[in-house]
Design a protein around this ligand. Structure first.
Ligand SMILES: [Fe+2]
Length: 194
């Protein structure tokens, strides 16, 4: 199995290098970013309008707060969400791109944007975790944008997520091959939480 990571957007990659981000975190962000690109391609093809750059940057940095709270790479916790948002703002990243670090685990609010839904969906789909409430919200946006029946939008999204899910074992193995701490030279064999 190759453990080569898919590319990250240049701005995000530079920032992660600058922060000396743990390899496990970089791997996770690269894999979620790759899946977000697939989901964004599909949604754009369906006629959904959204800020593509924001989805890219959001997927590539959503867990960046785990550089501040590395214990949340392998254990539970949500402290990384506010910390990541604050970190990005402090680095001069605009709110339009920084918001995902805070919002990626909470898609239920009334003001959630389509870009936030797509990043949250990618953060589940990469490991084939299906979350009906989240998918329902994306289906609502797709149906409204395309004028298609809701069930048609659901079937199209379900087909995409099923295909993405089939590659989840490989992604989990790639992530697990990257150590939680920069000094580790061997994989722990666990995919961790991310
Ligand atoms: Fe994540």
């Amino acid at each position: 199995m190759t453990t080569t990571l898919p590319p990250l957007p240049a701005g995000a990659a530079d920032l992660l290098r600058d922060l000396d981000a743990p390899p496990r975190l970089v791997a996770h962000l690269a894999l979620v970013h790759e899946v977000a690109e697939e989901i964004a391609d599909f949604c754009a093809g369906e006629g959904l309008e959204f800020d593509r750059e924001a989805v890219r940057y959001g997927a590539a940095t959503h867990d960046i707060g785990k550089t501040v709270h590395p214990e949340e790479l392998s254990g539970p916790g949500s402290a990384h969400e506010a910390a990541g948002h604050a970190l990005l703002l402090a680095r001069g990243v605009p709110e339009r791109l920084a918001r995902f670090a805070r919002s990626h685990a909470s898609w239920g609010g009334p003001g959630v944007t389509v870009e936030e839904l797509l990043v949250s969906l990618a953060d589940k789909a990469w490991k084939n975790k299906r979350v009906q409430d989240l998918e329902d919200r994306v289906v609502d946006r797709l149906a409204a944008a395309t004028g298609r029946e809701r069930w048609e939008a659901f079937l199209a999204l379900d087909d995409l997520l099923t295909r993405i899910g089939e590659d989840a074992p490989r992604r989990l193995a790639v992530q697990a091959a990257h150590p939680v701490r920069a000094r580790e030279t061997h994989a722990t064999g666990r995919a961790g939480r991310c």
